[in-house]
Each structure stands twice: as C-alpha cells, then as structure tokens.
Design a protein around this ligand. Structure first.
Ligand code: S3P
Length: 173
C-alpha cells in the first residue's frame, strides 16, 4: 500500500524551473503533479494575465492563497508554486508546515535571459530588468525563510532533480 508522504513543494522566482523540475520529480516518484498557477487558471476560468488585468494583483494573491491551501492538503504530490506566493506570511507558514520545501535559487541575469521573449508574466511586462532586480531582492529573504532546502537552479534539470531526490530519500518526509 502507498504510504502517506508530505507534498514536495518547489518555490522560487519566475523562470527558476519549478514546473519543469516538478513534473519530472512527480513522474519519477509516481506522485500527482500540481501547478498552483494552473490550478488558479482552472478555478477562475481565465489566464493569470487576465486575472491581473481584470482584478489586480491583490485579488490574484487571494486566489493564489486559496489554491495553495487546496494543494498542500493533498499528500503524495509534487507542487510547483508561483514565484510570488511567499509574499504573504500566512502562505509561507502553510507551505513550510505542510510540505518539504525546496527553493530553486536563480540570479537576475538568468531570469532575464530566460524571460527575454516571454510576455505571459504580468509582473514582467514592462521594465523587465529593473523589476526582476527589485523583486528578487525583496523576495530572497522570504524564500530563505520558507525553504527547508536551497537548490542551485542554474544546474541542469537532471542534476537538480537528482539532488532533490537524494534529499527526499534520505529524509523521513
Ligand atoms: C508571479 C509568478 C508567476 C505567476 C504570476 C505572479 C510572481 O508564476 O504566479 O504571474 O509574483 O512572481 P511563475 O513563478 O510560475 O512564473
């Protein structure tokens, strides 16, 4: 019989690879994969960009908090979160309490090069470079506070997955 395992939760800045790594981990561990941005889009019936445009960021954060609450209460999952979910103290606490949390750490240049041709992220629509620098600076302490483990996300997806798997199998989660 399958045991009950706490969710493996990936946090980190936009374009740190949470979805790619999360999917791979879920496949290898035979767990359900949950992407909270996808869950939000499903629940709201519109894209993240549309939610931001129509209702603004603060509404998005409310919906995000609800989606995370829903996601973390399921066991045997791998969860990829949105980059800004750590903004709220209540969400940070929830993530840390309910799961084993990995912070995929990236630097500003990497984010900039990975998001160069991407216009799907409402917070990076204008003034990309400055926004990335400002948000990274604001959020790094929050990622540190929320994470149980920090993973250098500049390595290849295979290396990152293998590091996370090593930690998970050596831990009692
Ligand atoms: C956000 C990150 C996005 C998405 C939304 C807001 C943020 O998710 O939740 O656009 O505030 O950093 P990704 O980290 O998957 O891009």
């Amino acid at each position: 019989m399958l045991g009950l395992y706490k969710p493996i939760i990936l946090i980190g800045f936009m374009a740190s690879g949470k979805t790619t790594i999360g999917r791979k981990l879920a496949e290898i561990l035979n767990r359900k994969f949950i992407d909270t941005d996808e869950l939000i889009e499903k629940r709201e019936g519109m894209s993240i960009s549309e939610i931001f445009e129509r209702y603004g960021e603060s509404y998005f954060r409310d919906v995000e908090e609800k989606a995370i609450l829903e996601a973390v209460n399921e066991n045997n999952t791998v969860i990829a979160t949105g980059g800004g979910c750590v903004i709220r103290e209540s969400t940070r606490r929830l993530l840390k309490e309910k799961g084993i949390v990995f912070w995929l750490k990236v630097d500003a240049e990497t984010v900039l090069s990975r998001t160069n041709n991407d216009n799907t992220r409402p917070l990076l629509k204008e003034d990309k470079e400055r926004k990335i620098n400002t948000l990274l600076l604001q959020r790094e302490p929050l990622y540190i506070e929320t994470a149980h483990y920090t993973i250098d996300a500049l390595e290849s997806p295979e290396e990152i997955v293998s590091k996370i798997l090593d930690i998970v199998s050596a831990s009692s989660y």
